[in-house]
Design a protein around this ligand. Structure first.
Ligand SMILES: [Zn+2]
Length: 144
């Protein structure tokens, strides 16, 4: 059995239902999660689509990347891709400015200086954002 609904993007979505005989008589209906195909009694509306609780949570986490997390990823990408840094890189390195960089071979000094400036700017933004997020946590703790 199929049920159709229109999601947030105006797309027609299909939910399949299966039924399983109940030992006490009759049948129990189950929805099939369109994402993972598992059998569920309840589906959750996430971004306009009906999915199971597990898939909804997964989605939730991946979309809940913090602002500091985005800045960290940007800094990390700049380090790895442009500055050819292969060492350890953790939030603490960005917080304490303890990354030792060398100009990659063959890179123009001007280009290197630009990347360094960009990295420095990202570090500063990151440090500010982390402080903001920590403050927010503290404020929430005080005012539940
Ligand atoms: Zn699922």
């Amino acid at each position: 059995m199929n049920v159709y609904y229109i999601d947030n993007n105006g797309q027609k979505q299909q939910i399949r239902f299966n039924y399983v005989p109940n030992t006490l008589g009759g049948y129990n209906y189950y929805a099939i999660c369109p994402k993972c195909n598992s059998r569920r009694r309840i589906l959750y509306l996430k971004n306009g689509c009906l999915i199971c609780r597990d898939c909804a949570k997964l989605n939730y986490r991946s979309q809940q990347i913090s602002k500091s997390g985005i800045l960290f990823e940007k800094a990390s990408k700049l380090l790895r891709d442009k500055l050819e840094y292969n060492g350890d890189f953790k939030p603490i390195h960005l917080l304490n400015n303890t990354i030792k960089l060398c100009k990659p071979k063959g890179m123009h000094i001007e280009t290197y200086a630009e990347y360094l400036k960009e990295f420095d700017e990202l570090s500063k933004q990151y440090q500010k954002q982390v402080m903001r997020e920590i403050r927010a946590i503290i404020n929430r703790s005080q005012n539940p």
